[in-house]
Design a protein around this ligand. Structure first.
Ligand SMILES: [Zn+2]
Length: 275
């Protein structure tokens, strides 16, 4: 069985032990053992560290790939204090992201980006300005966009349409079946995280059964959102097998079949080689 973790945060400092030791070699070994053959590391954070970590990991390991962007929660990092309006010229983090998106072959997507008004780490104005700018970058470099959306599907769709983008993924999908259908109609993929296994996720399961197999991706979003029965632990790519087994059962297919389908879909979206 071959699985692809389409969204993980192996760049995060969470993958260091209490003594500062790098635990990624062990994490990658467990992923390989579990059949997780390729991963997209999403470099998005408040500073350049996460972006550079993600790209470095994808250069070091031929089965890792990276995406670069600024998470909507961290939009404030590229604006002056309380600043809004356009992304300011000369913001080092943004300039590096633009450069990497255009020039680095190991970067297979732009993001994550989007809107999330659940927490107010960054203002809605900052998030919108950054999303517009990031969509423009995805269009300019011709790479798919990775969207993070919380309770703002309609607004993000309007901005994506305005930017003329028809290729990307709604990561960690938490919308309704109608949202999924609208995204599919726009050419997007839907990615399911461990949330789909949570008891409260009836709405997500309802959407998950309607997504065509060639548009469905799986992800851990690790270190967050470990699936049942590991909920609450630090998540890692190897745990993707639990989400895969759950989604296979939900959709009434064997886990090998679901793995083959979602792996093919992830390769098609991100342009990954077979392995
Ligand atoms: Zn993420």
């Amino acid at each position: 069985m071959q699985l692809i973790d389409s969204h993980c945060h192996l760049e995060a400092e969470d993958f260091r032990g209490p003594d500062g030791a790098d635990e990624r070699p062990a994490v990658l070994a467990r992923a390989a053992e579990a059949g997780v053959c390729q991963m997209v590391v999403i470099g998005s954070g408040k500073g350049l560290g996460e972006v550079r970590n993600a790209v470095a990991l994808s250069r070091e390991h031929e089965h890792l790939f990276s995406a670069v962007g600024v998470h909507p929660h961290d939009a404030c990092a590229i604006f002056p204090p309380d600043g809004e309006g356009e992304v300011p010229e000369g913001a080092a983090l943004w300039e590096e992201i633009e450069r990497l998106a255009h020039e680095e072959a190991r970067v297979v997507a732009v993001g994550e980006t989007g809107l999330d008004f659940h927490y107010d780490h960054s203002t809605p104005g900052q998030q919108r300005a950054l999303l517009r700018r990031t969509l423009g970058l995805a269009r300019a470099c011709g790479k798919p966009v990775v969207l993070h959306i919380r309770e703002a599907h309609e607004e993000v769709r309007a901005l994506v349409r305005e930017a003329g983008i028809g290729r990307g993924v709604v990561h960690c999908f938490t919308g309704t079946a109608a949202d999924a259908e609208a995204w599919l109609g726009m050419g997007f993929y839907i990615s399911l995280s461990g949330i789909v296994t949570f008891k409260s996720a009836g709405q997500i399961r309802e959407a998950a059964v309607r997504v065509p197999a060639d548009r469905l991706l799986l992800e851990t979003d690790c270190p967050y959102l470990a699936p049942v029965p590991l909920r609450g632990k630090r998540n890692e790519p190897a745990y993707l097998v639990h989400t895969a087994a759950f989604v296979a059962k939900l959709r009434g297919v064997g886990v090998d079949e679901l793995a083959a389908q979602t792996t093919a879909a992830a390769r098609a979206l991100f342009g990954l080689p077979a392995r």
